[in-house]
Ligand binder design. Structure first.
Ligand SMILES: Cc1cc2nc3c(=O)[nH]c(=O)nc-3n(C[C@H](O)[C@H](O)[C@H](O)COP(=O)(O)O)c2cc1C
Length: 385
């Protein structure tokens, strides 16, 4: 039986991942903040978008390529930065970076990843992007982008929607602590997931490899320390200005939900913004991310690239976001479901499902390429274009 017959849908991978990862890791990946209403709202708002098919389009072989910042990617989506991906599956960042290189899509490494930019850039080459959190010590953030540039990374996502860590009650209940505590409960949870436990034993404990060089006390090197020791997200616009001055590659501001803040990013010279509510992990009362795409699209008026994330769960959702004005999509949890469910084959399989899904949706709709999807924006979202 082929992989695609066994796991034809992302939901199959999600369910398998849930059965393979320890409870605390699963809660870390899937939780939102507060009552977690925004996670649902993100998904529901996407699913509510209707696109009317055009029938009899003639012979159609949809082209899923997209050009972004002078580079052509075969797929209009990428793997969003997810901190501590290696907690979900050992080596997850490398697995996804390999898939990105093979299928020519984007892999974005988080500041608080378990692998370093050097490792990921070696695997993914020009498909690797880097995400930067503001750090307490300005030299750290400058050094991080110096390292990224040194290994040929050309695109940095500046995440600005985490002023402080949010309250994620499910994570607390699951006993997820930083640095991790080896309580009897944690050990029990690990023992209940033998394939994760053996894979982790073989690979080694998750570490913050991008940040490790900055651990001042060498006796701490290699150990998990809290990202809170390094990250200082409560910033003003001068931070974006400073980073614009410091980084001569593509700069994308991640976590924008207001048109005027998209405007401000453009004025500072950002090459793109990511319309995102961090996958419902920061403010439960925020709008569904997709709901603000049309107004940000209008405000940007083609002056910057619009990237989108939060709530995408398949190729049809990607088509919807592109129809509404996004130039490119990022997916967070979904790629980690795949890596946790299938290990090394996970990244390839997620890309394959998403591509099949997207191409199929495009044929059903009658869309010949990514730009053509814009024709399918529902009339109610076209106001002000
Ligand atoms: C477990 C987890 C960790 C994350 N870590 C980061 C991070 O380190 N940096 C960042 O910019 N965004 C981070 N995000 C947000 C993602 O980049 C992305 O915005 C979000 O996952 C998109 O929503 P989705 O999971 O519904 O696709 C994280 C998301 C999750 C679920």
């Amino acid at each position: 039986m082929t992989l695609i017959n066994r796991y034809p849908a992302i939901s199959d991978l999600e369910e398998k991942a849930r059965r393979r990862t320890p409870h605390f890791a699963w809660e870390y990946l899937t939780s939102g903040t507060g009552r977690e209403e925004l996670i649902r709202r993100n998904i529901d708002a996407l699913q509510a978008i209707e696109m009317t098919p055009e029938v009899l389009p003639g012979k159609l072989r949809p082209d899923t390529k997209v050009e972004l910042f002078g580079r052509t990617y075969d797929l209009p989506f990428g793997s969003a930065p997810v901190g501590m991906s290696g907690l979900m599956w050992p080596g997850a960042e490398k697995i996804l970076a390999r898939a990105a290189a093979k299928h020519n899509f984007v892999f974005c490494l988080s500041t608080v990843a378990c692998e370093s930019p050097e490792t990921v850039a070696e695997i993914a080459g020009g498909n690797a992007w880097f995400q930067l959190y503001p750090t307490r010590d300005q030299n750290t953030q400058k050094d991080l982008i110096r390292r990224a540039k040194g290994v040929g990374i050309r695109t940095v996502l500046l995440t600005v929607d985490v002023p402080v860590g949010s309250r994620r009650e499910r994570q607390l209940r699951a006993g997820l602590a930083m640095p991790p505590r080896m309580s009897a409960k944690t050990l029990w949870r690990v023992a209940c997931r033998p394939s994760w436990a053996f894979a982790t034993l073989a690979y080694g404990k998750p570490r913050f490899r991008a940040l490790e060089p900055y651990f001042s006390n060498s006796s701490n090197a290699g150990a998990m320390r809290s990202p809170a020791d390094f990250v200082d997200g409560l910033q003003g616009w001068e931070f974006v200005e400073q980073m614009r001055d410091a980084w001569d590659g593509n700069l994308i501001v991640k976590g924008i939900l207001r048109p005027e803040e998209a405007e401000r990013s453009i004025a500072i010279g950002a090459d793109g913004v990511v319309v995102s509510n961090h996958g419902g992990r920061q403010v439960d009362g925020a709008p569904a991310s997709i709901d603000v795409v049309p107004e940000i699209f209008s405000a940007a008026g083609g002056r910057t690239k619009i990237l989108f994330d939060s709530g995408l769960r398949g190729g049809l959702d990607i088509a919807r976001a592109l129809a509404l004005g996004a130039d490119f999509c990022l997916l967070g949890r979904l790629f980690l479901y795949a890596a946790a469910a299938l290990g090394e084959r996970g990244g390839d399989h997620a890309a394959e499902i998403l591509k099949l899904d997207l191409v199929n949706a495009m044929i059903q709709l009658g869309a010949k390429d990514i730009a053509d999807l814009r024709r399918y924006a529902p009339a109610s979202t076209k106001a002000g274009r």
